[in-house]
Design a protein around this ligand. Structure first.
Ligand code: ZN
Length: 236
């Protein structure tokens, strides 16, 4: 099931997700940032460094769209990871301030784009060429899913339903495109949405709420329901 994702909708999700993330972060004491998150190998400091560097990286794409001067998100995957490791060594105060200022800067850069520049092609870190209008969606999914990863009490069930459906559209398309995982047939209870993921084997039926399906598909939770669903690797 593929819903239409509008630029206005993505900008709204990005703003809502940013509010959700920073509200959750404000409630998290500094010493909690030293604790491992559910993401393997990452403490809260790594997560904050990643979220801040992601805003900077997407700001590079906004600059590219506005000026036409090619500016990739990251120099390389290795550089991206090295910057997260180095960033995680900063103090909690520095990390909080970097996360906030980079989010504000990204907002400003996006507000400079007009209709023509929103359609300017840019390249994602994965090497896909997309219109700049994809930038707010790329940020929305990062900031929303990582608000959950903070472990500060936000769950997938706290995220907007229309965002969750768009997230499931996105992940099922990505996992189908990769085609290297288990085949899945997904049904959202109380929503009516169905999705398929092409992959290996007979499709496993997975039924749950939008929040449960999003948590499962993003590799954050085991599959919902009584029957065990195939395990999935982390996404994002
Ligand atoms: Zn991420």
């Amino acid at each position: 099931m593929a819903a239409q994702r509008s630029l206005a909708g993505s900008l709204r999700w990005m703003a809502e997700g940013t509010d959700t993330f920073f509200e959750a972060l404000a409630g998290l004491p500094d010493d909690r940032l030293d604790v491992p998150t559910a993401l393997t190998g990452w403490t809260g400091r790594h997560l904050l460094a990643h979220v801040a560097a992601n805003a900077d990286a997407l700001g590079n794409l906004a600059h590219w769209a506005r000026t036409g001067e090619e500016r990739p998100m990251y120099a390389s995957f290795a550089q991206r990871d090295a910057d997260i490791q180095a960033g995680a060594l900063r103090s909690a105060a520095e990390l909080r301030s970097w996360a906030a200022s980079s989010a504000e800067l990204l907002d400003r850069r996006l507000s400079e784009l007009d209709e023509r520049r929103w359609s300017h092609p840019v390249r994602t870190a994965q090497g896909r060429t997309v219109p700049a209008a994809e930038i707010p969606w790329m940020r929305a999914r990062e900031i929303m899913v990582h608000a959950v990863d903070l472990g500060a009490g936000v769950g997938f069930g706290d995220l907007p339903a229309d965002f969750l459906a768009a997230l499931i559209d996105d992940i099922t398309a990505k996992r189908s495109g990769a085609g290297d995982g288990p085949a899945l047939a997904l049904t959202a209870t109380g929503h009516g949405g169905t999705w398929t993921v092409s992959g290996t084997g007979d499709p496993a039926d997975v039924t749950g709420t939008l929040a449960e399906l999003a948590a499962y598909l993003s590799g954050r939770a085991a599959g919902p329901g009584d029957r065990p669903a195939p395990a999935l690797p982390r996404w994002l």
